[in-house]
Design a protein around this ligand. Structure first.
Ligand code: NAP
Length: 284
């Protein structure tokens, strides 16, 4: 079997086209576009690129966006003060703090300071708790994007055996919760798991590990769907995923490429969350 490619770029483009309509509708109804504030502390090169890309996408959709760049030495109380101010600003519907933060800052406390209704990354414990209870809420963007991708290829997950590799709060755990909420049978693997024993029985494999080429062709059942969330620097600095692409493409029915798979959908879902947050806030 040779896998069909799941084209995340094209799917993200489709999502963005749908969002432009929603943004127009919101602006017509309220007199202003939805708005997102992005906070960045320090000069981490990857964070600069991610924030610039989020800002560009927001602007291209007609959203308001504000970038707050804080010095590397910013104190916890200065950062919390800014979040408190943004929590109170009417035109700010979404607040995103770009991670990782400089080491002297308490990331959990910072994320908890964001008003849950404006937590467009879905990392606040209240939103994470709602997700785990199967309640509607703001959901982390990467796993939300993966669910949209599965939907787009016509994969109904109910009753399927899904294996998620990686248990981070950003990807693995919310991914497992979303699949469970959609009635998949879910196994959540981590560094102490016998991962191959689990993936060999899986209909859907989602790799979010951060180890280039970890998932090999002989880990995958013929005809499975494989989603590669990993973004790693391989030989010569080349961007590559957690899945050994050539090998797995001989076994899987569907496979995401890296780049051009999950990455573009993540940013599209951030915009989606911002528009949903704006709509929910204006309903109050
Ligand atoms: P993370 O916080 O470092 O978590 C990695 C997880 O992988 C941990 O749960 C760890 O297990 C597990 N793990 C490590 N080695 C393993 C192994 N050999 N076998 C099984 N599990 C193993 O990473 P993350 O933030 O979730 O990110 C994961 C990857 O996704 C990275 O490459 C990141 O760049 C990428 N990513 C991509 C996007 C996107 O938009 N495409 C978004 C976010 C992240 P333990 O818990 O036991 O340590």
């Amino acid at each position: 079997m040779v896998a069909k490619l799941i084209d995340g770029k094209a799917m993200a483009e489709k999502q963005r086209a749908l969002l432009v309509e929603e943004v127009r509708g919101f602006e017509k109804a309220t007199g202003r576009p939805p708005g997102i504030a992005v906070l960045r502390a320090g000069e981490d090169p990857a964070s600069r690129i991610y924030v610039a890309s989020k800002k560009r996408t927001a602007q291209s959709l007609g959203l308001n966006s504000w970038e707050h760049v804080l010095p590397e030495q910013v104190t916890q109380s200065e950062l919390l003060g800014l979040i408190e101010r943004l929590n109170g600003e009417e035109e700010v519907d979404g607040i995103l703090v770009q991670l990782p933060l400089p080491k002297h800052l308490d990331t959990h406390a910072v994320l908890r300071a964001i008003l849950p209704q404006k937590d467009v990354d879905g990392f606040h414990p209240m939103n994470a708790g709602s997700l785990f209870q199967g309640m509607p809420t703001l959901v982390p963007c990467t796993p939300l994007g993966v669910m949209k991708m599965l939907e787009e290829i016509g994969c109904g997950v109910a009753g399927k055996r899904a294996v998620v590799i990686g248990r981070s709060n950003i990807v693995g755990r919310p991914m497992a919760a979303l699949l469970l909420n959609a009635s998949a049978s879910v196994v959540l693997c981590h560094s102490k798991s016998d991962v191959r024993a689990e993936t060999l029985r899986a209909d859907i494999v989602i790799a979010a590990v951060g180890v280039a080429g970890l998932v090999r062709g002989d880990w995958i059942r013929e005809g499975a769907i494989v989603i590669d969330v990993g973004m790693n620097r391989g030989e010569g600095g080349k961007l590559c995923g957690d899945v050994a692409f050539e090998e797995v493409s001989q076994k899987a029915a569907w496979l995401t490429p890296v780049p051009g798979g999950v990455g573009p959908m993540t940013i599209a879902m951030l915009m989606h969350n911002t528009v949903q947050a704006a709509k929910l806030r204006c309903k109050r």
